[in-house]
Design a protein around this ligand. Structure first.
Ligand code: UDP
Length: 246
């Protein structure tokens, strides 16, 4: 299995894969057995990485960076390297669970508010018979919580670790600990558990189709407005960067 070379958007790599390519990469990473990191990127990731070299490095060293935000598809198309589709953590979690049930992959759900990962596990296990969620735990990305998290993950021996601590903390956390934990695939999934458990309502399909999911999140989670300022900043940077390159 070879992952196509990434499109570089303002210095950050984004891989031109489909949902199917994502699942095949997970299978290959599990076969390899060593630890791998997958990021679910959007324009906010790319802008955070401009300000935080450590986060840029995590994206550059990740084994797979998925195009989770529609702004990345727009930017890649403008650059003449279109990405095939939006591969979101929120839809990907269902497809991953379905494939995991078939393949016997063991999943561990780390993060979100207490009870949310457990509810997510119950919903996925009911929907995909045979799915093995071998552990859930809220914990936190703080260093003092790491020993307990590591103990639980080692005891559960998952193939896949989903981490919901929000970006960039979840991705920095995975980069810091993945080799110590030795889980074949770790994925930062942001608010995906909140969506599965129904704590947050995903945008209606029509809005997603109209590429307006970001607007839905701004209206339903207005406290995100400050970080969502990164969206117009991203658009501006893509437009002007292209301008001075040409
Ligand atoms: N979260 C957590 N611990 C923290 C910070 C965040 O468990 O210290 C969880 C939060 O409950 C939510 C997820 O991380 O489930 C972040 O979701 P968000 O939609 O903000 O993700 P992002 O858009 O940042 O990727």
């Amino acid at each position: 299995m070879s992952i196509p070379p990434p499109v570089i958007i303002l210095g950050a790599p984004v891989h031109p894969v489909t949902f199917e390519g994502f699942l095949d990469a997970v299978a290959a990473f599990i076969d390899e057995g060593t630890s791998h990191q997958i990021c679910t990127a959007n324009p906010e990731f790319v802008m955070t990485a401009q300000r935080m070299p450590e986060f840029m490095r995590v994206l550059q060293e990740a084994d797979l960076v998925l195009p989770d935000g529609v702004g990345l598809l727009w930017a890649a198309r403008r650059m003449g390297h279109p990405l095939p589709e939006r591969v979101t953590g929120s839809d990907g979690i269902y497809l991953l669970a379905e494939r995991a049930a078939r393949e016997g992959w063991r999943m561990f759900l780390l993060g979100a508010m207490p009870g949310v990962a457990e509810k997510t596990a119950a919903i996925l296990e009911a929907r995909y018979p045979g799915l093995k969620v071998v552990g859930t735990y809220p914990g936190s990305p703080r260093d003092e919580d790491y020993p307990e998290i590591a103990r639980r993950i080692r005891a559960a021996r998952p193939d896949i670790l989903l981490v919901a601590y929000g970006a960039p903390n979840q991705d920095l956390w995975i980069a810091r600990h993945k080799d110590d934990l030795g889980v074949p695939v770790s994925i930062g999934v942001g608010g995906a558990f909140d969506f599965v458990a129904g704590v947050q309502k995903r945008a209606p399909r029509l809005l997603i189709r109209l590429n307006l999911e970001w607007l839905w999140r701004l209206v339903t989670q207005p406290w995100r407005w400050r970080r969502q300022l990164d969206l117009p900043r991203f658009v501006w940077r893509v437009l002007t960067t292209e301008h001075w390159m040409s």
